[in-house]
Design a protein around this ligand. Structure first.
Ligand code: PLP
Length: 384
């Protein structure tokens, strides 16, 4: 049976009514027959039936032992970082999500946790950066917004050898396209706000662990710190996962068509899409991902912010907004939006140039999207 179908089939039908959709248990507490005697639920921060179903689904979908749902991707990241102690070091991908960069460098630095950024597309760089204090390797693949791909299996082997945890933020691929735990990672994180939610209407984060013990530790942190996902938002994600496979496959098909079109435009300088043979990590992407995904980034030959701003304010179907992974196509200018909190020098060094544009290719018709890009590119030319 298809994997997603099998997982969805395993959800128990509501025993009270036979409702086909999972019920939303909008309750904070549960009646106890006598002190401590309950039906497995005593307080919603600790456990909620709707959230529990979502957590079980994501654990199975990522081939892990334990799933946990949080109020946002960053709350999920925060709970995983809390596995660390003062004095510990993290070795992380240099093209890290802006919010994770901010969390590590302006909040966790105050608690004595340090982070070293390396170009993880070369696994040897990761091994070189590991010291006696390193407790965690932090990967995103593909990265945001440069779509760099790291060899998860090779880095997992380095992590095992050095007795370090490997954490993979799998937001850009989704569990449909990539399964980091199968490749040897210990923890997978999602901003479910993106592809898993898929409709730009919910903020959520998910964590899945490869083993039960690690899952139990993060569950303890989740209950102790309280960043849990609400019942209604848990229900929205369960509803969304039913269409995750067909959505992600269509996002990827549309993105490949658009990337091939962008390849023909002479005003475009660097075009980043792992599905193109010209992408430096194309081979490893093809090996570890089922499909290249729905995100594309590119910059203009003249590399001016003016060209980028002119483009992002001229598209119509591609709405100018932060975030990604929804049914509606979005366009963003990382330098002035998602990556604003990263100092310009650091940003330029990691390749996020002034004119870089990120497209989140939606589920509209690919030809309509190409026409929209075509008319916006024409406006950029006129402005010059
Ligand atoms: C958006 C995002 C996050 C943060 O998730 P929120 O749900 O916005 O808190 C983390 N990692 C990646 C790769 C993201 O794109």
């Amino acid at each position: 049976m298809n994997e997603l179908t099998e997982i969805l089939e395993s959800i128990p039908v509501d025993p009270l009514t036979g409702a086909v959709a999972v019920p939303i248990y909008q309750t904070s507490t549960y009646v106890q027959e006598s002190p401590g005697a309950n039906k497995g639920f005593d307080y919603t921060r600790t456990n909620n039936p709707t959230r529990k179903i979502l957590e079980d689904i994501i654990a199975k979908l990522e081939d892990g032992k334990r799933g946990l749902a949080f109020a946002s991707g960053l709350a999920a990241i925060d709970a995983v970082v809390k596995l660390l102690h003062a004095g510990d070091e993290v070795v992380a991908v240099d093209d890290i999500y802006g919010g994770a960069f901010r969390l590590f460098t302006t909040v966790y630095n105050r608690f004595g946790i340090t982070i070293k950024f390396v170009d993880t597309t070369n696994a040897a760089n990761v091994e070189k950066a590991i010291s006696g204090k390193t407790k965690m390797i932090w990967l995103e693949s593909p990265t945001n917004p440069l779509l760099k791909i790291s060899d998860i299996e090779a880095i997992a082997a380095i992590a095992k050898k050095n007795n370090v945890l490997l954490v993979v933020d799998n937001t850009f691929a989704s569990p449909i396209l990539q399964k980091p735990l199968k490749l040897g990672a210990d923890i997978v994180i999602h901003s479910a706000t993106k592809y898993i939610g898929g409709h730009t209407d919910v903020l959520a984060g998910l964590v899945v662990t490869a083993d039960e013990g690690l899952g139990e530790e993060i569950k303890y942190i989740q209950n102790a710190t309280g960043g849990v996902l609400a019942p209604f938002d848990s229900w929205l994600l369960i509803r969304s996962i039913e269409t995750l496979k067909i959505r992600v496959e269509e996002h990827s098909r549309n993105a490949l068509k658009i990337a091939r079109y962008l390849q023909t435009k002479e005003e475009i300088k660097s075009l980043n899409y792992p599905g193109l043979e010209s992408h430096p990590n194309h081979a490893i992407a093809a090996k570890q991902q089922k499909l290249p995904g729905g995100i594309i980034s590119f910059s203009f030959k003249n590399d001016t912010e003016e060209s980028a701003v002119s483009f992002v304010t001229s598209t119509k179907l591609f709405k100018l907004a932060e975030s990604l992974g929804g049914a509606k196509s979005l366009v963003c200018h990382p330098a002035s939006m998602t990556h604003k909190s990263i100092p310009r020098e650091t940003r330029l060094k990691s390749g996020v140039t002034d004119s870089l544009i990120r497209l989140s290719v939606g589920l509209e018709d690919a030809d309509d999207l190409i026409n929209d890009i075509e008319q916006a590119l024409a406006k950029v030319k006129q402005k010059k």
